[in-house]
Design a protein around this ligand. Sequence first.
Ligand SMILES: NC(=O)c1ccc[n+]([C@@H]2O[C@H](COP(=O)([O-])OP(=O)(O)OC[C@H]3O[C@@H](n4cnc5c(N)ncnc54)[C@H](O)[C@@H]3O)[C@@H](O)[C@H]2O)c1
Length: 371
Amino acid sequence: MPAIFPRKDIDLGLMALSGRAGRWRAVSAESEVEMTDGRIRVDSFQGKTAVVTGGGTGMGRELCLQLVEAGCNVATCDIMLDNLKETERLCKKRAPNIKVSLHACDVAEEAAMLQFRDEVIAEHGETLHLLFNNAGIGGGGSFVIDEDRRAWEKTFAVCWYGVYFGCRAFMPNLVKADEAHIVNTSSVNGFWATVGPTVPHTSYCAAKFAVKGFSEALITDLRIHAPHVQVSIVMPGHIGTPIIINSGRVLGYPDALDMSSDDVRSVRERMMSSSGALSESAMNLSDDQIRAFLHQRRQDVLEKAPTTAKEAASVILDGVRNNRWRILVGDDAAAIDQRVRESPEHAYEPEFFENMTASGILDQLSRSLAL
Ligand SMILES: NC(=O)c1ccc[n+]([C@@H]2O[C@H](COP(=O)([O-])OP(=O)(O)OC[C@H]3O[C@@H](n4cnc5c(N)ncnc54)[C@H](O)[C@@H]3O)[C@@H](O)[C@H]2O)c1
C-alpha cells in the first residue's frame, strides 16, 4: 500500500533499511532507539520540539515544565491566556535557553487549530517530534434529560475534536521528523463510562472512549504508513488539577461561591440523590453552606488527589520514553483497569462501584467529582 504522506528527504548517509516492510527511515539521531520489532522510539527529548495543548494549568503545564527541563522546545496553546503566561514564566525559570512559544487556540475549532499549527511552524519550523493532545474539560452529564445541550456538545468538542483536529493538523509535521510520538489524553472514563451510579456522565465518557478507540486504531495505521511515528493513549485516574474549576469557566458556569439559588437547588438535589452522608447533610445545609461546601470540595479535588499533576506528567513522559502505547496514570487507574477487565458485565452495577470504594480504589473525592 502506498504511504499516505510523502517521505521526508533525508541525507542518504543517515539512512538504513528498516526491518519492517523494507521501508527506509533515519536511524542517525542519538536519541533514537531501535526496538526489537524494528520500530523507533523517542528515547530523549533533548533538542526536539513538542506541541502541548491545554498548557495553562494541570498536566499540560507540568508536561511543558518537564519537557523544557529535558531540553525540549515547546509550543503550547490554551484559551486561558493568563495561565499560559504563568506556564511560560515557570518554564523560563527552569530552562532559560529553551524556546517556549504561547498560542491562543480553542482546540474545539478546526480553523483555530490550523492557525495554531501555522504559528507553530513559523516559530519552530516544519518538523515536529511530539504532540500532546492534552486539553480537556468535564461536563455534559445527562443525555436523556438534555439538561444543557450546549455544555454536552462543548465538552465533546473539546475532548474529542480537540484530539482529532490536533492529529489532523500536525500529522504531516510529525511524519517529517526522523522519529515522532503522538500522545492523546483519554481517561479511565475512556474504558469505564461512569463516575458513580447516581451521576450521569455521558458526553465526557463518549469523547474519551472516542479518543481511546481512534488512538488504538492509529497504531496499525502508523505502523503501515509511518512506522517512525508512535502513538500513546494516556488514561489518568484522579489527578490533582483545577479541571473542575476550569471546566466551569469554559462552560460559562459561575464559581461555587457565586452560584444563584437555582443553581444551589439543583446541586442540593444531586447531593440528596447520592448515597450516604452527602445525602443527609444536603438536607440540613443552608444555601451558603452548600456554596462553601462545593467550593471546598473543588479545592480538595485539586489539593488532595492521590496523584499530583507533576507525578502524572512524569509517568506520561516515562511512558513515551519507553514507547508504551497504553499509559495508565495512578494506582487508581491501574486498579480500575484490572477490575473492569476482570468483570466487564458488572462494571455498571452499583455494587461494582461500591466495592471499588470499599477497597479504597476510589476515594470519597473521586465519588463527588461531578457535583
Ligand atoms: N484531573 C483528572 O483527574 C483527569 C483524569 C482523567 C483525565 N484527565 C484529562 O487530562 C487532561 C488534562 O486535564 P487536567 O486535569 O490537567 O485539567 P486542567 O483544567 O488543569 O487542564 C486542562 C487545560 O486545558 C485548557 N482548555 C480547556 N478547554 C480548552 C480549549 N477548548 N482549547 C484549549 N485549551 C483548553 C484549560 O484551560 C486547561 O489549561 C484533560 O484531557 C482531562 O480530561 C484529567
